[in-house]
Design a protein. Structure first.
Length: 327
């Protein structure tokens, strides 16, 4: 896989535009995810099992936002970061940027997968769910996911195809094709399939139950508040996953199209960079969905931003997000 190219954004006038857009995205990522992290840590009613994964997800996105400005500077203006000298500093500064930008994304995908499975068990096995997903087990699974994702990208760095004095690409084209598709792409596709299948299964179960209730004229009884709250969380996370698919798809298209070129043409370089921008936009979209679909998150955000008293914003709902869990 071609990792770098002599055809650069700065070479045909798009460098400044790309940097400005990246700075704006970075600011949005940092502010939005800091808000989510502070909200979950501060308010007890947000300290739920699902939100432990959300907390990890937001921390991963925050890491991307913090690393993005320097790594874009490293890519487009390496002379400004004093690393374009052909020495180890040039090579490893590019490799480090790859790890700090893409490892959190890998960890995020694992969190999305864990959330979908946790929601599925909460709905299909509500009585077993508290024993399966304790706070201790969830935190251990989060730590293991982070360690595993670090090992993937540190190991992937051993298969780099670094070329001195050539622009460092922030897309994952720095590695040998077999290593990239074997370690990263295959895992990403597998997690997408798992998440999509689980959410489809959840919505099918909900549809089947509703249909059965209508046919039996409420013989089973109305849907309980707990079931409704579970489905609200599922719908919110499904929207977040749908947003991720939309924003990630252009980049994944690029990773396969680039296989047909030994050297990327200008149009593909431009497409690559702006597909990467969309790729990173996902890191700040989550907070908007939480504020839109979750009353509890919206309440917490208003309390933090406007310093309002909790009782003056929204009364606590009897939802999944208003329950705390013991270890």
């Amino acid at each position: 896989m071609e990792n770098q190219t002599n055809t650069t954004l700065t070479g045909h006038g798009l460098g400044v535009t790309y940097v400005v857009i990246s700075v704006i995205i970075s600011a949005l990522i940092i502010v939005s995810n800091t808000l989510i992290i502070v909200a979950i840590l501060k308010f007890n009613y947000l300290k739920t099992i699902s939100n432990q994964y959300v907390l990890s997800l937001s921390f991963a996105d925050l890491m991307v936002g913090l690393a993005l400005p320097y790594c874009n500077l490293r890519q487009l203006y390496p002379e400004a970061s004093l690393v374009l000298d052909g020495a180890d500093s040039e090579k490893y500064s590019c490799l480090v940027c790859q790890v700090v930008l893409h490892q959190p994304v890998a960890a995020s995908m694992m969190m999305y997968t864990a959330i979908s499975i946790e929601r599925y068990i909460a709905i299909t096995r509500p009585f077993s769910h508290p024993a399966i997903f304790t706070m201790k087990k969830v935190r251990i699974s989060i730590i293991c996911s982070w360690i595993y994702s670090y090992f993937i990208f540190i190991g992937l760095s051993c298969f780099n195809i670094w070329t001195p004095h050539v622009q460092c690409s922030m897309s994952m084209t720095l590695y040998q094709s077999a290593a990239f598709y074997g370690l990263v792409a295959s895992s990403g596709i597998l997690m997408f399939v798992i998440i999509g299948t689980v959410y489809c299964r959840i919505f099918y179960i909900a549809w089947a139950q509703k249909k059965q209730q209508n046919e039996q004229q409420n013989a089973i009884g109305p849907v309980t508040d707990t079931s409704k709250s579970d489905m609200k969380i599922v719908k919110m996370m499904a929207i977040i996953f749908g947003t991720l698919v939309i924003l990630y798809t252009p980049y994944w298209i690029f990773t396969f199209v680039v296989l047909f070129y030994k050297q990327k043409p200008k149009w593909l370089v431009t497409y690559e960079q702006f597909s990467v921008i969309l790729y990173y936009c996902n890191s700040f979209c989550n907070s908007f969905v939480y504020g839109w679909k979750s009353t509890d998150f919206r309440r917490a955000f208003r309390m933090l931003v406007y310093r309002q008293n909790s009782n003056k914003v929204f009364p606590l709902e009897n939802t999944e997000n208003s329950k705390t869990y013991k270890t």
